[in-house]
Every structure is written in C-alpha cells, then in structure tokens.
Design a protein around this ligand. Structure first.
Ligand code: MIG
Length: 772
C-alpha cells in the first residue's frame, strides 16, 4: 500500500503536470466545466485513451500557491485545490483524502513488450486469473447527509449510499435477486446529492472497479480500479439536471429512436416456429390489442448459429416478415456473440481465417461454451472485427428484420469460472480483465454502426443486455432476467430510474417477469407500469407459463388492453421526451428528486416517479391493493382520471382499482396525446389532443416528424393563461385540436363539453379567449 505523493506541479499548455519518481498525473478543465484527473503508475505512456469520452476544448488554467496548497482556476469551472504529499484534490463538495496504489510494481512499457504480451501484468490472481488487490483507490470524505444515485442497472432501492458496488459485467446465470451485485452493466458513475446540491463523478476505467459508498466507513467512500491508471471526471452541478446534462455530453447522448420502438413489444423464449409467430400476431389483431413488434429468441437459428435461420422452423423468413409488416408488426431477432466452432459454417471459418476471435493466454483461439456448443468470441476491441461483424447483419436486413437484440454479451460463458471469459484471455495486447466491461458495449457499437450504414433511411434499433457508460449512443437496455414476482415489479422502478440517472434514457424490464409463472393480477399491474417504461416489452422465459395478454381470462385481458392502448395514446408525449433526450441526455422516467432536489423526502422515493417533468405515476406494487399513498411534491397537481385538484407538499391516498394506475398532472402542464391504434405509423399526431392542468399560465409542446428517417421535425405548442377570470389559449400548427381542461370551471363557450374530469373544447382558431 502506497499513499501517492507528488514532488512538483506545473502547468504546460492548459494541462497541470504532477510528477514524482513513480507516479504521474495530469489535470485539466474542459470547456464544459468538468475537471479530469488522470493518475498512473508508469513513467511514460500517457496516451491512456478512452472508449467512451468525447473530446472537448480545454480551458485556460491558472496555477497559484496559497496557504492551503495549490489552486487551479479555469474559466467556467470551480477551483480545484491540490495538495501534493499526500496527493489530495478538492473541488466544491468533493474532497479526496488520498489516493493509494496497491501492490504497485514497476511494469514494462507497452511498446517494449514482445508481440501479444499483455500490457499489464496482474500480480496475484484469483482462480480465473482476475487481478486481485492491484490497482488504485481514491478515498473521499463522506458527509452524513449525502445520497448517491446512478451506477446504472442495480438491484435495491433508489439511494445507493451505504453499500459497496462492483462494476464487472455479470450474467447471474439464474434470475437475479434483490441483493445481487454486480449485474449485466457497468456504469462507474455516481451523482451525489446533499441538501439540493449535486455533483457527479465518472471513473473512466473499464477494468473491474469498486465503489464503496460510505459502507466500510460511514464517514468516507472509496473508488477503486484494478487497472494501472485512475481516470476521474468531476462533473459540476449544482442542479442534478445540470450534472446529468454534462455527464451525458461527456459519454454521449442517444440518437433519435424510431417511433415503433416506443410501441408495445411481445417476446418469448421462444416462439419455436413461424406458425407460432403468425398465430401470436393474429391473436393481437383479432383482440384489438396494439402491437408494434414481435421478437425472435434463440430458437429461430439453425443449431444456435448466428446469422442463420432454421430451415425447418423458419423456412421462409422473408415471407414471414413481409406478412407481419403488412399487419404493421416489426420483427427483432436476437444475436449472441458466441460463434459456433464448426467446420463448414462460414461465419466461423471466415472469422477464424481472418483472426477475428479472442485468444487465450497461450495465444491460441479461445474456446468457450454457450448455446451452440463450442464457440469462439469475436474480439470487438478491434475495428476490423466490428466492421466484419457489422457486415454480417446484411443478411438480416435483406430478409427484412427491423432491429437487433444483443444478449449474452457480458460475455456469458457456460461452465467457466465467473461465468465469463478468463480474465487473462487476450484482446490483441490487452487482457480480458481490461476490456471485459466494454465487450457488450463494443458489440452493440458494431451492430449500431452497421444498421446506420446499411439502412441510411432508417433509424437503427438495438437492444442490449450488457453495456458500459455511454451505451445509450448505440443501444437501448433491458434489465435481464427478472422474475414474475411483485418484488421484481417494484425493483424494476429504481433500476430504470438509476439507469436514467446514468444517462441511459431508454430502458425497460421484462413486463410480466421472465422467470417463474405470472398471474393475471400481476400481469395487469405490470402492464400498467410498463406502459410508462421507455421500453415496453412483455417477455417470458423457457419453462414459465405463457404470459401473452389473453392468457389469464377476459377481465385481466381487458385491463392489459386498456394499459397498452393508454401507452399508445401517450406516444406524442413519449416521443417529445425522446427528442429531448437526444439534446439533453435527460431520461424519460425520472426520480422525483431530479425536479425537486430541495425536497429531501424525495431522495429515497422509489415506488413513484415522474414521466418527464409533468406526469407523476404511482404504480401499485403489491397484490390486492386498491388504494395507495402518493406523495405530491410542492405545487399544484391534478388527478388525470378525475380532474381533482390537489395542493402538493403532502401525501394523499389515491384510488387504485385494477383498471387504472394512479396518475397526476403537474399544474401548468399540457400533455399531448393522440388516439390509440393497432400500431404506430408516423409521428404526425392526428388526432392531437391536449390534456391541460390549468393554472395562471400553462404551456406544452409536441415534437412531430415521420417517426423514422432523417427528415427534420417540427414542433407544435399550446400556451394559455387565466387573467381576470378570462382564459386565453393559443396554439400553433394544424387545427382543430381538442383541449381537455382538467378540473376547471368550464369556460363560457358554446361547444364546451363538460365531463367529470373537466371541460373539453375544440380549438378552431390559433387564439381564443373565454370567460372562465
Ligand atoms: O441463457 O435467449 O436474458 O431474455 O430469453 C439464457 C434466451 C439466454 C437470456 C436473456 C433472455 C433470453 C434468453 N437468454
């Protein structure tokens, strides 16, 4: 154990250089106000690089020495204070108390190594070769009131303080339970929040990293990497929305998804034949349940060989997909990374000859075992491999597939220690230990880039299980193998919320649960909750009972149909939020604290959430409940269903019959909605209907375009005010539009329809005023 000390600091060319005989550090401020602190063992080799971060201009630095030590100032950033020995840094609320190097030893430089030798020699290995107890650890002081959010996809509730979290992509091999850590994704990012003030911290290391958040010691936290460098970004707030916007700009924002991806999806492991797929499609249309996509799980393939279709079970995929499309149903197929090692199988033979696969510690092609039996694993760290793999997707596009589902890309490997590749397997000159966490990310990158290149006129759609910080640039995320249990319904909420806080706006959990057996009540409640997931897909695993909407009798079928139809009615609002996410990185589903950071009561609230800023959703998470407590933050709120108006800042008891989910609209909001349909078409909303929560002023907007492709979109707005008992409403864009004024006294207008919720008026002019 070595507490790192530096002898000297100087600024050269907008970068502070710190040095000692064994360690180096570089510190700079980006134009966006983010500080980067990079520390490493070696004397040379400063080009650590990054798999995730996008470049920004560097700010001018000013270095001063005062009584407290050294101080770096940069335009647009908080000052960063440094003490050299021991090395500590302080920025705003962030105060490190030391950085230690464990079992540090002098390492050969990469360029001096023989071909294929690893750049980092793990000292001390576990059975499977995982470096043990090496690396660098930074400790920080931990004030009692601070909460932590983020870390991507995690079990447990909302606030991540008080536990130790590991970043090491893991397929738990059976369904995950409430205390399982880590899971499929690694997001070495946290957002700290204390009394309304927030900052973010991103450790840009793909090695195994461990975040101890006030767990071992209540008054300090630590951030550890197994690797030889420590690459930290400090992201200023103070508003949580600012932290998130800056972090998303750092690791990347999502592209605009195709509209159909926001529709409802049905999947099962597996629909074994094209006949089953056709039957499911028919059933959806016959019963009037909206559906945008059917999914093909691993059994569509011939002997689990990727880029093939079973000649007996899916003899004519092109015809099948064409027929589905005529019914407005898209198709997504699963692609696992493992390539069956089989003579005569072209994908394997080409990959083998072209040296596309991961190698073992003896520098031979690595052999693992997954669904197809003996498999080789593409080495996605290489550009030529990403290009080759991407190219293989032409086949799928040619038969008419609409999206790709990447699974098992942690990667998961059967009968192997740690259920993955040995950490001393080789990716060129790197150990698997260094790139394990980025494997799924790079696989999805390869897929995304292929879909973008081959189908210029369409937006790519990729769903992935494994991922790393920044995965949102390439793929949507689902939370893997949950179970048909109320606990899993409940846990999906903080999971998706923390993914959102980690700049992954598009995610969802398997609606109805993957493992075990669903029942009608659970499916009904889960479909209503799923109607608010950014990604809404019913999926169930092998051996579990069927869980399509009609499996549990007509009462539950009706509730499920209503929930899915409600989702379709809300698509204008979802789509508008999706477009916002491409510019801000803000998630669709938001924890309350994101908009109410000054209200500490919201910091642990995981069983109710916001959709955007304007809708508050309070799902039922237990069987038999027909009412529940709902916390309404400060402000005015309207019950979406009854129009009842509430003053917030308190909890209420809301009615929660099985037929609908408790839902509230923020005073001042205008929610764009449309009619339900069997499937999506364009995002030119016709009919358009505004649900308005009136107060002195109210305003909303809706984003419109073709729903796919690259043509620029446009925006319609609705704006209104109430002054001296006169209500004025103005709108842009096509007329007429319908406006539903929740809970308000009806304006004196002849065609106003009065219902229990409020009054409905049809706007036929761009601006109208009435006596309210
Ligand atoms: O070993 O493809 O999480 O959604 O249905 C199981 C079969 C592999 C795991 C995924 C699940 C999928 C299943 N897969």
């Amino acid at each position: 154990m070595d507490l790192i000390r530096f002898d000297a600091v100087s600024v050269i060319d907008r970068v502070a250089h710190l040095s000692s005989s064994r360690f180096q550090a570089r510190i700079h401020a980006r134009a966006d106000g983010i500080w980067r602190v990079l520390v490493w063992h070696r004397i040379e080799d400063t080009d650590k690089g990054s798999w995730t971060v996008s470049a920004d201009d560097l700010a001018n630095l000013l270095l001063k020495e005062d009584a407290a030590g050294w101080r770096l100032s940069a335009d647009g950033a908080d000052d960063l204070c440094i003490s050299l020995a021991p090395f500590t840094i302080t920025v705003g609320e962030f105060a490190s108390t030391g950085l230690t190097a464990q079992r540090w030893k002098e390492l050969p430089r990469r360029k001096d190594l023989p071909n294929n030798a690893p750049s980092w020699d793990p000292v001390g290995e576990t059975n499977d070769g995982l470096p043990l107890g090496c690396g660098l650890t930074m400790e920080i002081a931990e004030p009692a009131g601070r909460s932590y959010f983020g870390l991507g996809e995690r079990t447990g509730f909302l606030d991540k303080k008080g536990k130790t979290w590991t970043n090491w992509n893991t397929d738990p091999a059976s369904r995950h339970s409430e205390n399982m850590d880590p899971l499929y994704q690694s997001h070495p990012f946290v957002m700290a929040l204390d009394n309304g003030k927030s900052f973010g911290l991103y450790l840009d290391e793909t090695w195994r990293t461990v975040f101890d958040l006030g767990s071992t010691h209540a008054d300090r936290s630590s951030f550890h990497t197994d690797g030889p460098t420590f690459d930290l970004y400090l992201i200023p707030g103070p508003d949580p929305l600012d932290v998130l916007r800056r972090y998303a700009a750092l690791v990347g924002r999502p592209p605009m998804p195709p509209l159909w991806a926001l529709g409802y999806h049905q999947c099962r492991w597996s629909y074994p034949t094209d006949t089953t797929i056709r039957a499911i499609a028919r059933e959806y249309r016959r019963r009037g349940i909206p559906l945008d996509a059917l999914w093909l799980d691993i059994d569509y393939m011939d002997a689990y060989k990727v880029f093939t279709f079973s000649p007996t079970r899916f003899p004519d995929p092109e015809k099948l997909l064409r027929e589905l499309k005529e019914d407005g149903i898209r198709t997504v197929a699963i692609v696992d990374p493992g390539v069956k090692k089989e003579a005569g199988y072209e994908v394997y033979e080409n990959g083998h000859v072209l040296d596309m696969f991961v190698r073992n510690s003896r520098d031979e092609e690595l052999e693992g075992e997954v669904w197809p039996g003996k498999t080789a694993f593409p080495d996605f760290t290489k550009e030529k491999v990403r290009g080759w793999w991407g190219g293989l997707h032409r086949l799928y596009l040619d038969v008419g597939l609409d999206g790709i589902w990447n699974d098992m890309n942690e990667p998961a490997v059967f009968q192997s220690p740690g259920h993955t590749l040995p950490t001393n397997s080789r990716h060129g000159e790197r150990y698997h230990a260094e790139v394990h966490n980025i494997y799924g990310y790079l696989m999805s990158r390869s897929t995304f880039e292929a879909l973008s290149a081959f189908r210029l006129e369409r937006r790519p759609f990729v769903l992935t299980r494994a991922g790393f910080a920044g995965i949102q640039k390439y793929a949507w995320v689902w939370t893997g193998d949950n179970a048909s249990a109320w606990e899993h319904l409940e846990m999906s909420i903080p999971m998706i919320l923390n993914l959102g806080i980690s700049a992954v706006p598009f995610s969802g959990a398997d609606v109805g649960g993957f493992g075990e057996h669903c029942d009608g009540e659970l499916l009904a409640r889960w479909t209503w909750l799923g109607a608010f997931y950014p990604f809404m897909r019913n999926h169930a695993g092998k051996g579990s009972r069927r869980q399509e909407p009609w499996e549990f009798g007509s009462r539950h079928e009706d509730v499920v149909r209503d929930a899915i139809r409600f989702r379709y009615r809300l698509l204008p609002f979802f789509y508008t939020l999706a477009e916002e996410a491409t510019r801000t990185g803000w998630p669709l589903l938001r924890p309350l604290f994101l908009h109410y950071p000054d209200d500490p009561k919201t910091y642990t609230m995981h069983d109710q959430f916001l959709l955007g800023r304007d809708l508050l959703v309070a799902p039922v998470t237990r069987p038999g409940q027909v009412e529940r407590m709902v916390y309404l933050p400060l402000g005015t709120w309207f019950d979406f269903w009854t129009g009842h108006r509430y003053d917030g800042g308190c909890s209420i008891i809301a009615a929660a019959p099985l037929e609908r989910i408790p839902l509230f609209v923020r005073g001042g909001a205008c929610i764009p909605m449309t009619a339900s349909a069997d499937h999506t078409s364009t995002a030119r909303w016709d009919p358009l209907e505004w649900v308005v929560a009136p107060q002195e002023t109210f305003e909303g907007s809706v984003f419109e375009d073709e729903g796919d492709g690259n043509m620029p979109g446009s925006r319609r707005t609705l704006r209104g005010r109430i002054e001296d008992s006169t209500m004025t409403i103005e709108t842009t864009g096509a007329l007429p539009v319908k406006v539903i004024l929740l809970g308000s006294k009806p304006p004196e207008v002849s065609d106003a329809q009065i219902s229990e919720r409020g009054s409905e008026i049809i706007l036929t002019k761009p601006a109208s005023s009435w006596k309210a």
